[in-house]
Design a protein around this ligand. Structure first.
Ligand code: IPE
Ligand code: IPE
Ligand code: MG
Length: 257
């Protein structure tokens, strides 16, 4: 079978071949999380309004999803809108909230064909109805798919998630359905919005910013972090595979030796 990643595989072994990152398909991160940042600056650099950057960024999502799926990534969590992003100008927020109803109808057929399952991590309550229905429709249409989980972190904030998890747990303790002696890292994880998902193995942030911006604070405890100066709209499959190759060169010690 023709391997579409031939150019990434085994290049280092070939003497005269250019040095490219090579990907070991047996050591692909299970869960990759991406902070898709830099849409506004990408647009500004081109003399375009910020929202043009968001639109261009949206178009990049399917491409990277398919690139991840093709090498066997199981979960791809994309930070699309934080609980802090409501602070932005009303017009920008409104534009962002309209993207799901454009994205899903345009891309769903191909995502379904690739067996991708859509999920959302975040608070649904404060989303406009049209945003929520676009996402819920995509979740419903892909719920039986068994391939890559494309998880959108939308109206998500890590601190809020931890506080909400503690509140839920206290309620369960009061109701007698959870006992404090059962509290450990695993049971606490089940109170996070990510519930059953494994923690990310690799976090990628685009646009040169070196911070977490309230993303998956509990879950990223032992993730490998990888940053690129590329703005999200210009992030390519090649850059994605560079991140994967770099991940594969890291030694994950989890405090051991
Ligand atoms: C990321 O791009 C998208 C969202 C946060 C919704 P930005 O909009 O943050 O782009 P910059 O960081 O201002 O360039
Ligand atoms: C983080 O990017 C949120 C998303 C990518 C959705 P921001 O652009 O909001 O983060 P800060 O404000 O630079 O930390
Ligand atoms: Mg930003």
């Amino acid at each position: 079978m023709l391997n579409p990643f031939k150019k990434w595989l085994g290049n280092l072994e070939k003497k005269d071949a250019p040095i490219s990152p090579s990907i070991d398909l047996a050591n692909v991160p299970t869960h990759v999380a991406i902070i898709m940042d830099g849409n506004g600056r990408w647009a500004k650099q081109r003399g375009l309004p910020r929202v043009a950057g968001h639109h261009s960024g949206m178009k990049n999502v399917k491409k990277i999803t398919i690139a991840a799926n093709d090498i066997g990534v199981k979960v791809l969590t994309m930070y699309a809108f934080s609980t802090e992003n409501w602070k932005r100008p009303k017009e920008e927020v409104e534009f962002l909230m309209k993207l799901p109803q454009e994205f899903f109808p345009m891309e769903i057929a191909e995502l379904v064909e690739k067996n991708v399952r859509i999920r959302m991590t975040g608070w649904k309550e404060s989303l406009p109805d049209h945003t929520l229905s676009a996402i819920e429709d995509a979740i419903e249409r892909t719920k039986h798919n068994t391939g890559l989980i494309l998880n959108f972190a939308l109206n998500y904030g890590g601190r809020k998630e931890i506080l909400a998890g503690i509140q839920d747990m206290v309620q369960d303790v009061q109701a007698g359905t959870f006992h404090m002696e059962d509290l450990d890292e695993e049971t606490f994880s089940s109170y996070m919005l990510t519930e059953d998902l494994p923690d990310p193995d690799l976090l990628i942030r685009t646009s040169g910013e070196l911070r977490l911006s309230n993303f998956l604070l509990w879950q990223l405890a032992y993730s490998e972090l990888w940053f690129t100066d590329a703005y999200w709209p210009e992030f390519t499959e090649d850059i994605f595979y560079q991140a994967i190759a770099e991940y594969q060169r890291r030694a994950r010690r989890y405090g051991g030796i």
